[in-house]
Ligand binder design. Structure first.
Ligand code: ATP
Length: 270
């Protein structure tokens, strides 16, 4: 069936080693997703029940999608990527149908990982189900819960959801047997930023003036995506200057530029 608002990547090609500052989270995801997919018998033998679904939560741009892709890639599983805000369809019953199609596809392509980004778009607590739009979103959520409940923990389909807004999620989603393992993906600390910088700088031609420790220090509050942007921006500045190598001065200029951008964005967000 033609399923809209869905992206299927048969074999995403992301390695754990490309993710910086999330060593502990990577280890946890390997234990609860990768290992049960690869060695279900081990779990059966020991009588351990792994979670069917996990929830990654934390600020935007911290690597949630990347981590989900990496675990699919390193588990040799298909990766089915859906954005929950796009489940909300124009026609009554459409959202629930898309959810059904997604899980049908997941079973067909198993072993597989269904990644549901922005789960809060359908999974937020609702006090008032007044409008038909709200009831439609509710039905979509009910279908998702029914699909999850229909799996066994050792089936070869796993569900990873992600959100920036764990505070507004409906507790029904977090009940045992659903998304009952929560993994926080926070902004990177100084060590994490250093790891992320190393990952991107290693692919760039930089001279000896570039000081990773200083860059890690001055990027306080940056997400992984911000750090990557900084490196790209420094590269562009070098190109504009016709420089054959990227220098610390380029990073300083890039910092200035990103700060101004971030400031104006924060003003808009407010
Ligand atoms: P969102 O909540 O906005 O969907 P996210 O947490 O899913 O964000 P990603 O889409 O994984 O974030 O990150 C965006 C990009 O930023 C990644 O493709 C990657 O290039 C870079 N990035 C983010 N976090 C990291 C990290 N920890 N290590 C290396 N690169 C990172």
């Amino acid at each position: 069936p033609l399923v809209r608002s869905m992206e299927v990547i048969e074999r995403p090609n992301v390695k754990y080693s490309e993710i910086g500052g999330l060593d502990q989270q990577i280890q946890e995801v390997r234990e609860v997703i990768e290992l049960p997919l690869k060695k279900p018998d081990l779990f059966k033998e020991l009588g351990i029940i792994p979670p069917k679904g996990i929830l990654l939560y934390g600020p935007p741009g911290t690597g949630k999608t990347m981590l989900a892709k990496a675990v699919a890639s390193e588990s040799n599983a298909s990766f089915i990527h859906v954005v929950a805000s796009e489940f909300a369809q124009k026609f009554v019953g459409e959202g629930a149908r898309v959810v059904r199609d997604v899980f049908e596809l997941a079973r067909k392509k198993a072993p597989s990982i269904v990644f549901i980004d922005e789960i809060d778009a359908i999974g937020a607590k609702r006090i008032d189900l007044g409008t038909s739009g709200e009831r439609e979103v509710q039905r979509t959520l009910m279908q998702l819960l029914a699909e999850i409940d229909g799996f066994q923990p050792l089936d070869n389909v796993k569900i990873i959801a992600a959100t920036n807004r764990i505070d507004i999620l409906d507790p029904a989603l977090l009940r045992p047997g659903r998304f009952d393992r929560l993994i926080e993906i926070p902004l990177p600390n100084i060590e994490g930023r250093k790891q992320i910088l190393k990952i991107y700088l290693q692919k760039m031609k930089i001279d000896a003036s570039v000081n990773i420790d200083e860059l890690a220090l001055i990027t306080e509050g940056f997400s992984g995506a911000d750090v990557k942007n900084l490196c790209t921006e420094a590269g562009y500045i070098a190109i504009r200057e016709d420089s054959k190598i990227i220098k610390m001065a380029h990073f300083r200029l890039a910092m200035e530029r990103l700060r101004t951008k971030k400031l104006s964005k924060d003003v808009i967000d407010r």
